[in-house]
Design a protein around this ligand. Sequence first.
Ligand code: TSU
Length: 294
Amino acid sequence: MQALVLIEELGSIRAAAQSMNLTQPALTAAIQQLEAELKAPLLVRSKKGATFTHFGQAFLRHAKLMVAQSRRAQDEMAQLRGHWEGTIKMAVSPAIGLGLLPQALRQFTLQHPEVKVHCRDGLYPSIAPVIRDGTLDFALTPVHRVDLESDLVAEPLYSSQVVIVSGVSHPLSRAVRLAQLQDCVWVLSSPSRGPGAVIEEAFQTHGLGMPKVAMLCESFLALPAVVAASDQWMTTMPRILFENSPFKDRLCMVPIEDALPSPLICTVRRHDLPLTPAAMQLVGWIQHFALKRL
Ligand code: TSU
């Protein structure tokens, strides 16, 4: 099962075998044995690599959860025995990544240097499928709590501050009312239901029409650069991202006086997969620093 998960992740049987320290024929034989037991072909092999059959894709969903569960079970047993080892897999929003994560990780790794942390970017709802299939233990991301699916749970941490940002030469970079921005063209940093869509919510609250959206830019690395290079586009971003952007001197925080929504950053996980003790400790440090900044 682990091999199947690795084949999907790495794109080939050879790469999966290498990463498991097996020969390719040994791994192929193991998969053939699994296919015989399940009485179903899981992979189609071609010169270009291996692709999953319809059966393979269905089985892979179970395999991912079982591999993740087994990793968590082993980690939890070791950690309960006082052996702080294993892996934490998480995704963070930019406000967490730039804000609380560095301090929390510093404390956590001092206490538990043997626990590996895998951290990637991610926002709800785009990140939900990899929480659901067990790939990630949790995500620290803003959530519209009313919208959360019933198989996920969200525990609130703190509200992040959002600002409206344009390039310095945008004609409305000094606007003070949302109504002045109603004909602007926007770059959203996430689809509707994500925090990048706060401008839609703000326009709605102030009785304005839907904003005109030119671009969806889900890269927070590219977003400030793209907006800095334009005299037409506006966007919203967490204040901490604006303040730390290398493009800050070509960007302008539009001084809007109307209130903007403050996305509520939460710990999101599967409701039936409790965090391992190590993951709980890392989240505990994040909570600690979140409380300190209130
Ligand atoms: S954050 O979750 O606070 O990093 C966030 C991301 C994106 C936007 C607002 C807030 C637009």
